[in-house]
Design a protein around this ligand. Structure first.
Ligand code: EPS
Length: 392
């Protein structure tokens, strides 16, 4: 499975191609729109989300509601393009009457500007560095999620913390869903505006966002993604780039503003003894089981049949309303950074993007392990894999 995206934040549209989906998977635009809508909600978003109402058009790869085995081609239009038509047109023209010349510290503005020769107008960088691009990843990830769900693998996420405010973790707030049905866990989080798992936590997180807004600042946080129904055997210990840990960490840290990824207990495990960290193996009714899951479903770069648990830490958005110190690259003097309309906090949305990246990574590992040009060809080997924790 591989995918690519293209498109600028205020250009006409985002486009994406996902190649390698088996033929015969039921897929409708509504499946993709559901996750696109989930990404757009969340406390702390700015004015742009009032303009956009993201929907995916399927331009290839599906016929009569079923995948063909050919590349899935998607289009998500940017409604805001109407307001940017002259300044973002593909046809020759320009220059932009309002060039961006003061890079925002922490953004791709300066590094990208120097690298691609856009220092005269940093818009040539910021349009693509914008997290708008993640809308397409969510649409493509939604297709991967449909494939996984068809096989009984559920993926969901929730917000664990915003700035200094912590939410009740899933293993306490919803232990059943955490072990058995991560998809429902994600829907539970969708019921709260901050994507926490209970009302008290959600209020607590919302206060941290309000405080950042009051200070004319931005705030980050941590999201946790859980996948349930994952069989043993995705990923491999045999080579560095086949370890699922590496792929998940790479996929999650590719999301804009994600600065750290934890697999299982992550950083906490580094401070404990081995006997406290590793999950003893039990034999129960002919099945190999675990009483705890500190490994987060991964051992030796391979899924072990326990729920997959990964976390991603998002830094505060770089467009700080009370602008930071920077340099005007044209006047060559120190000046406050360019302030583009922005979100105070995009952590709830980042959880949906993280779900999409986990879905794409797991679907890729699954198809690598089992092959399958058609859904029918995939089902039998998948059912066998499911039974692999049974011992005679
Ligand atoms: C973004 C700035 C804001 C966000 C945007 C990401 O957009 P604008 O500059 O149009 O106000 O709303 O996020 C999205 C558009 C989205 O779909 O998530 C940025 O600079 O990264």
């Amino acid at each position: 499975l591989r995918f690519m995206t293209a498109g600028e934040s205020h250009g006409p549209a985002l486009t994406g191609i996902l190649e390698g989906l088996p033929a015969g998977l039921h897929l409708e635009a509504a499946d993709l729109d559901r996750d696109l809508a989930r990404r757009q909600r969340g406390y702390g978003r700015g004015g742009r989300m009032k303009i956009e109402k993201d929907t995916a058009e399927i331009l290839g790869g599906v016929r009569f509601g079923k995948t063909l085995g050919s590349p899935l081609a998607l289009l998500v239009r940017n409604r805001d393009f109407e307001n940017w038509r002259e300044r973002m047109q593909a046809a020759p023209g320009g220059p932009d009457p309002k060039p961006v010349r003061v890079p925002r510290p922490g953004h791709a503005d300066l590094t990208g500007g120097i690298k691609y020769g856009h220092t005269k107008d940093l818009r040539g960088v910021l349009e693509r560095a914008s997290a708008r691009e993640t809308a397409m990843r969510v649409a493509l990830g939604a297709a991967a999620r449909v494939l996984l769900r068809e096989l009984g693998i559920g993926i969901g996420s929730y917000v664990r913390s915003i700035g200094p405010a912590e939410a009740t973790p899933a293993h306490d707030a919803a232990p059943g869903l955490y072990r058995e049905d991560a998809y429902e866990l994600g829907l539970l989080a969708d019921g709260f505006e901050t994507r926490a798992l209970d009302e008290a936590s959600s209020r607590h997180l919302a206060e941290a966002i309000d405080e950042a807004r009051r200070r004319r600042d931005t705030v980050g946080g941590v999201v946790e993604v859980v996948a349930t129904g994952v069989p043993v055997g995705l990923g491999s210990h045999v080579h560095w780039d086949r370890r699922l840990d590496a792929r998940l960490a790479g996929a999650l840290s590719s999301i804009p503003a994600i600065k750290a990824v934890e697999l299982g207990d992550g950083f906490a495990a580094a401070g404990l003894y081995g006997s406290e960290v590793h999950d003893p193996i039990h034999l129960s009714a002919g099945r190999l089981t675990r009483a705890r899951n500190r490994a987060g479903g991964l051992e030796g770069g391979i899924t072990n049949g326990e729920p997959l648990v990964v976390r991603a830490a998002m830094k505060p958005i770089a467009t700080v309303p009370a602008a930071l110190g920077s340099v005007d690259l044209h006047a060559l003097e120190e000046r406050s950074a360019h302030v583009e309309r922005s979100d105070t906090c995009a952590v709830p949305a980042a959880g949906i993007v993280a779900e999409a990246m986990v879905a794409l990574t797991l679907a890729d590992a699954l198809l690598e392990a089992l092959g399958g040009d058609t859904m029918d060809a995939l089902r039998l080997p998948f059912a066998k894999l499911r039974l692999s924790t049974r011992v005679e």
